[in-house]
Design a binder for this molecule. Structure first.
Ligand SMILES: Nc1ncnc2c1ncn2[C@@H]1O[C@H](COP(=O)(O)OP(=O)(O)OP(=O)(O)O)[C@@H](O)[C@H]1O
Ligand SMILES: O=P(O)(O)O[C@H]1[C@H](OP(=O)(O)O)[C@@H](OP(=O)(O)O)[C@@H](O)[C@@H](O)[C@@H]1OP(=O)(O)O
Ligand SMILES: [Mg+2]
Ligand SMILES: [Mg+2]
Length: 347
């Protein structure tokens, strides 16, 4: 029987991310399917490591980006998941959501967009009625930079204008939309789309808003600890009854974002407007999120790796056929990589 080819996926991840994402269950399943997940030592030159059939990374810093750029030039057919220049857009909360506003996806009944928001670069603007006047309170103050630091997740719900004065720019002021306390987190892995429900901020009633404290600080309310990976238990504990958005809406948005951003690995947070049940707002997009919290993440990610390396192997084969000078040789990449693309939404 023909020896099945093996593939190497190199990964460059910070220690915390490596611990949460590279779980033994993922390593073992990938290995069974012909994929060896190999850590890249970011303290050593990338050029002396490898060879790889794919490089996967979520790593910051100009030094790493320069290494990756050089490596890509020397290995033009190597899939880099994902190119740093494409990821950059998600590190700024204005450019992050601009791509949503530019999507043109006709829907039968549903409409979607992003909340009204303004960017504030200096404190003077916070007391400038003209700059902030257009926004309707309450607003959420979010750090402008979304760079993976704990600071980039520190937010405030600001009930009225006086509450703005203690904020520290640069930040985005985004209108708060009542959405029934449930957020829909849509994970994208290549062509695979999975929607889960998560706990969110509760609705805000405007009655007594003037008498409350100016603002409420919070961070990552929608994140769940990995021991709650069994979503059913988690939802029961939170009584998240909200109906899922239509799957077609989510897959259309996911596909549109994939094409526009040229990214394979991201999730987006979408909420339903409590005032208009068929209008949705995308409020956040994250590069390479916490996939280990997604049900069956091992299978989903292994299928994805197989897709990537098989595509590369076929392209390399096509190239060598072209160089075959007439002896039409078809390279059969006989791997046991395979799997189905699937689109799911937890019902
Ligand atoms: N415009 C909004 N209207 C209502 N709720 C919002 C809005 N923006 C954010 N929220 C609430 O605040 C939470 C955090 O916002 P956001 O997702 O932008 O922050 P983050 O730090 O990027 O989170 P993540 O951990 O998903 O990266 C959301 O999960 C949601 O509960
Ligand atoms: O690891 P976790 O499960 O917390 O994953 C979170 C991930 O943290 P990590 O990538 O640093 O681990 C976050 O990345 P940064 O914005 O901080 O870069 C962001 O993507 C969150 O949205 C993820 O939570 P999720 O959206 O999946 O609930
Ligand atoms: Mg979010
Ligand atoms: Mg985020």
């Amino acid at each position: 029987m023909e020896e099945s080819q093996r593939f190497t996926v190199g990964y460059a991840l910070a220690p915390k991310k490596k611990q949460s994402f590279i779980q033994p269950s993922l390593v073992n399943l990938a290995c069974e399917r012909g994929i060896d997940l190999v850590p890249i030592d970011t303290d050593r030159p990338l050029s002396v490591q490898g060879p790889f059939d794919c490089v996967l990374h979520k790593f910051y810093g100009e030094e790493w980006k320069a290494q990756l750029r050089d490596y890509a030039v020397k290995n033009p057919s190597l899939p880099i998941i994902d190119p740093p220049d494409a990821i950059e857009r998600l590190h700024n909360r204005i450019s992050m959501l601009q791509v949503v506003s530019e999507l043109e996806i006709p829907q039968e009944k549903e409409t979607f967009g992003i909340p009204s928001q303004i960017v504030v670069y200096d404190s003077m603007a916070l007391s400038d009625y003209g700059a902030v006047g257009a926004l309707r309170f309450p607003v959420i103050a979010k750090p402008l930079v979304a760079d993976g630091s704990a600071k980039s997740h520190k937010m405030s719900l600001v009930y009225h204008r006086a509450g703005l004065l203690k904020l520290k720019p640069p930040l985005v002021l985004q209108e708060f939309v009542n959405h029934g306390g449930v957020i829909f987190k849509v994970y994208v892995v290549g062509d695979y789309v999975k929607c889960v429900k998560r706990k969110s901020l509760p609705d805000v009633s405007l009655e007594n808003v003037d008498s409350t404290e100016g603002s409420l600080s919070f961070s990552q309310v929608s994140n769940m600890t990995t021991q709650n990976r069994n979503n059913e238990e988690y939802y029961e504990s939170l009584h998240l009854e909200a109906e899922m958005p239509p799957l077609s809406l989510l897959t259309d948005i996911a596909r549109g974002l994939r094409q526009a951003m040229r990214l394979h690995l991201f999730n987006f947070d979408i909420i339903r407007d409590s005032k208009a049940g068929n209008h949705y707002y995308v409020i956040d997009i994250n590069y390479f999120p916490g996939y280990a919290k997604m049900p069956s993440y091992e299978t989903v990610l292994t299928d994805f790796f197989c897709d990537i390396v098989n595509k590369k192997s076929a392209e390399d084969g096509a190239d060598s056929t072209v160089e075959g000078k007439g002896n039409e040789m078809k390279l059969l990449s006989s791997t046991y990589c395979g799997g189905t693309k699937d689109v799911e939404s937890e019902r």
